[in-house]
Write a protein that binds this ligand. Structure first.
Ligand SMILES: Nc1ncnc2c1ncn2[C@@H]1O[C@H](COP(=O)(O)OP(=O)(O)O)[C@@H](O)[C@H]1O
Ligand SMILES: [Mg+2]
Length: 398
């Protein structure tokens, strides 16, 4: 089903990734002559060299990030223009130095001029944003669900949280105002867990989200064949994530949850570049192996000005039929992670076979057994998040 994926990618041109509002130009620096040889230096060759320059805090380079606007070589002078969104003045200065370091040692280069157009990032209250993307007007709040490690139950958590939010908002007469966007391009599991099959309708340039349990859903799982492995390069992931935000008819949403793939890779970065996130929730199991990586994930969001709304501990304990509690994955990891990141532990979800079965059947436990301990935990976390996001709405802009 590669055509459908291609169809989506075909609309990429319509999306403007950057809003260029040069507000602060960090300019020029000269360097001593390095060599007399003057090879033909093309913009492509310069960009190739610039792939050595990493964006601070990330493993991605500034070229694949799309931050390099132009590159030219005239009479021994290399001119490079970058455009980025950041409120951290250290970042353009750091990039300027790194670009200079990278280019000034090249044969024939006498001077390096780095021009950086900086657009201030939005305040944490409205989300962090690396490259100036905007959320569609109808989406009031967007929250990423992230984890350092895979298999901690992040998708299970996202699905149950979305259903819990939909339930609470429906109780307030706000129907159909929760969205769930599955950004796990490589292993989309949300369609199965939400009990949705089939393909979304296309209307003009836009996809119409699929819907179940009162939640609007978009996932790569709807667009690719089960038997076709998806092989995407970084820029493709980025375009897809952008289209999931901008070319999906989400309508008016109170909250859009975004299920990220584990780690701090392309999809997470694309996302923070594309949508002004209002916050992120980290999911971890209690074990050290998961909490250590979860902490890294948390630091990534803090770096790009996305506030952490809290840590959710999944698979916290198992209660056997005799009523004895067993800490199968250890104890206290969620609380420790929250403390290390200066955020709150939102709740502890037990290990319950019904949670796994609910995922496999497309009938999340929040829907199938709302009175259960697990469902009540998800509902309490949903209430907590709604409270936090409401407070943020009335917080003065920084
Ligand atoms: N609290 C839980 N109790 C029982 N099984 C769970 C729980 N959380 C997740 N699972 C199961 O663990 C597996 C991994 O969960 P998943 O949500 O796919 O993780 P991730 O998205 O982090 O990779 C799934 O089979 C899921 O049904
Ligand atoms: Mg998952």
């Amino acid at each position: 089903m590669v055509e459908k994926a291609g169809l989506i990618a075909g609309h990429a041109q319509a999306i403007s990734i950057y809003t260029l509002r040069a507000q602060n130009n960090v300019k020029t620096s000269s360097h001593p002559k390095i060599s007399n040889s003057l090879p033909a230096v093309t913009p492509e060759a310069i960009k190739e060299l610039l792939k050595q320059v990493k964006y601070p805090g990330f493993s991605r380079d500034i070229v694949s990030f799309g931050l390099v606007r132009s590159a030219a070589f005239v009479d021994g002078t290399v001119k490079v223009a970058l455009a980025l969104t950041s409120s951290d003045a250290k970042i353009p200065l750091f990039l300027k130095t790194e670009v200079e370091k990278c280019l000034q040692v090249q044969p024939g280069v006498k001077a390096v001029i780095v021009d950086i157009a900086v657009t201030p990032a939005k305040t944490p209250a409205t989300g962090g944003n690396l490259a100036g993307g905007t959320a569609p007007k109808g989406i009031a709040r967007s929250v990423a669900i992230a984890s350092g490690k895979g298999g901690v139950g992040k998708s299970t958590f996202s699905v149950n949280l979305a259903c819990a939010l939909a339930k609470i908002l429906e109780g307030q007469g706000r129907i159909g105002r929760v969205g769930l966007m599955d950004c796990d391009i490589y292993g989309p599991s949300i369609p199965l867990m939400m009990g949705i099959t089939g393909r979304p309708n296309v209307e003009g340039d836009n996809l119409i989200p699929m819907e179940n349990h009162g939640v609007k859903v978009m996932s790569m799982g709807f667009l690719v064949d089960d038997n076709t492995p998806v092989i995407w390069r970084g820029p493709m992931v980025m375009k897809t994530v952008q289209q999931f935000v901008q070319n999906v008819t989400w309508g008016d949403l109170d909250i859009l949850l975004v299920d990220l793939p584990p780690g701090t890779g392309d999809a997470q970065l694309s996302l923070v570049q594309t949508i002004p996130l209002d916050g992120a929730v980290l999911v971890t199991t209690p074990q050290i192996a998961a909490t250590q990586i979860a902490r890294k994930g948390g630091l990534m969001f803090q770096k790009v000005n996305v506030p952490l709304l809290g840590v959710a501990e999944n698979m916290s304990h198992f209660t056997d039929p005799a009523g004895n509690r067993h800490a199968l994955f250890g104890e206290g990891g969620g609380a420790k992670t929250a403390e290390a990141l200066g955020t709150a532990l939102l709740g502890q979800v037990p290990i319950v076979p019904a949670i796994r079965m609910g995922g496999d059947d497309g009938n999340p436990i929040v829907v199938s057994d709302p009175q259960s301990e697990a469902a009540q935990t998800f509902i309490a976390i949903a209430e907590n998040l709604l409270r936090q996001l409401k407070t943020k709405a009335s917080a003065p802009a920084q």
